[in-house]
Write a protein that binds this ligand. Structure first.
Ligand code: HEM
Length: 402
């Protein structure tokens, strides 16, 4: 077997000052020591931290590593003591293994294909143009998060699921509370319960009066109302916050590298590559967990059955063995095969939707406001804490020449 592995004592809770887009330095250091490190979880449970591209990818494709919620009893940075974790509720397939995972994912696959999502391009263009018009009309400055980054993915996922537009606001706030890493346990439970109640009503309404949307389509399968509610929750939770953070943090990154949006303006054909590079560079969905179901050799180490494993997507996407000059944002990079959407059976179901949204939104924003710039010094842009599931900015004050 391999040499004794590097050990990481605690996971960082902040990014380096002045480096809002780079993974925390301690994680990058861990990867420099090798792609797999020992990690002791708070409370003392021994586990592993995988930071290298090839190993993260291989664990994601390996059925010996489980996504089941009830096995994930150890939080990477918080000691919850010795608690029993219940299995994921029906329908919440992100935290399930086969064959249950496929029961939920299969009926959805045809709804999120490249072809179907490309058909939505025109609708994304309309929504984007509407929000840019509103920004222009109100005049500078604006908070790009509320004026642009949040509403576009929210409207799209609501339309796909068949959530009435007027109901969107309240549960967007609730879903964000699950993800922002700053919500108290009490508020978290309240937000989760309110969302559950809302979705239960929505599912009942779709069953009674099906409309032309994904949720109504699913009422035509053998899935129960409870299962449909879980599926809707996963789609909302995964679809609202991730793309919104990509749009806001991506704009911040482009404004900090002004030659990059200039290149995009000069060559619109760059848009697809630009989206892939921003996905790689930012890796907003930064870490996911797995649990070893049996002893498994990974990178010359034996991961013991029952061990919790942290997969660091953001260091994997900055791995110099996979990407030349990984810390440089280069929209011309042909980076094919980053891990920002994961890999294997749980690979992001909504990736084509997210791509269409970003592919339209970034060029439209920088095309409409060629003088777009930060309205505050870059250090004053507040980042989400590292405990948030999805990396991003809390707000992004921008201005432009009206
Ligand atoms: C840029 C935006 C997005 C990013 C970076 C992202 C990232 C990811 C990642 C990394 C996973 C894999 C998790 C794992 O392996 O445990 C995932 C799964 C998932 N994503 Fe996304 N996502 C994005 C947008 C979306 C959108 C718009 C939707 C909804 C329509 C969506 C729906 C899902 C679902 C349902 C899963 C679970 C798939 C499964 O377990 O089979 N995502 N996403």
């Amino acid at each position: 077997m391999g040499e004794s592995p590097h050990a990481v004592a605690t996971l960082p809770t902040a990014r380096q000052p002045g480096c809002p887009f780079d993974p925390p330095a301690e994680l990058t250091d861990a990867r420099r020591h090798g792609p797999i490190s020992r990690y002791t979880f708070p409370g003392g449970k021994p586990g592993w931290l995988i930071t290298g591209f090839d190993l993260v990818r291989s664990v994601l494709a390996d059925p010996r590593f489980s996504s089941r919620k009830e096995l994930m009893r150890h939080h990477p940075t918080i000691d919850y003591g010795d608690i029993e974790v219940p299995p994921a509720p029906p329908g919440e397939f992100l935290l399930m293994d086969e064959p249950l995972h496929s029961r939920y994912r299969k009926p959805l696959m045809g709804k999120f294909t490249v072809r179907r999502m490309r058909l939505l391009t025109e609708r994304v263009e309309q929504i984007t143009a509407g929000h840019l018009d509103a920004m222009e009309k109100a005049g500078p400055p604006a908070d790009l998060v509320t004026a642009f980054a949040k509403p576009i993915p929210a409207i799209m996922i609501c339309e796909l699921l068949g959530v009435p537009y007027e109901d969107r606001g309240s549960f967007q706030e609730q879903v964000e509370m699950f993800m922002n890493g700053e919500t108290s346990d009490e508020d978290l439970i309240a937000a989760y319960t309110a969302t559950q109640d809302y979705l239960a009503e929505l599912v009942a309404a779709k069953r009674a009066n099906p409309t032309d949307d994904v949720l109504s389509d699913l009422t035509d399968t053998d899935l129960t109302d409870e299962e449909l509610k879980g599926i809707a929750l996963i789609l909302l939770a995964a679809g609202l916050d991730t793309t919104a953070n990509m749009l806001a943090l991506g704009t911040f990154a482009l404004l900090r590298n002004p030659e990059q949006p200039a290149a995009l303006r000069a060559d619109p054909a760059l848009a697809d590559a630009a989206v892939e590079e921003l996905l790689r560079y930012l890796s907003v969905a930064k870490t996911f967990m797995r649990t070893a179901l049996e002893d498994a050799e990974v990178g010359g180490q034996i991961i013991e059955a029952g061990s919790p494993v942290i997969l660091s997507f953001n260091t994997a996407n900055r791995d110099p063995e996979r990407f030349a000059d990984p810390h440089v944002l280069d929209l011309r990079r042909q980076n094919g095969g980053h891990l920002a959407f994961g890999h294997g059976v749980h690979q992001c179901l909504g990736q084509q939707l997210a791509r269409v949204e970003m592919r339209v939104a970034f060029p439209a924003l920088f095309g409409r406001f060629p003088t777009l710039r930060l309205a505050v010094p870059p250090e004053a842009v507040a980042l989400r804490p590292e405990t948030a599931d999805v990396h991003g900015v809390k707000s992004l004050p921008v201005t432009w020449d009206a």
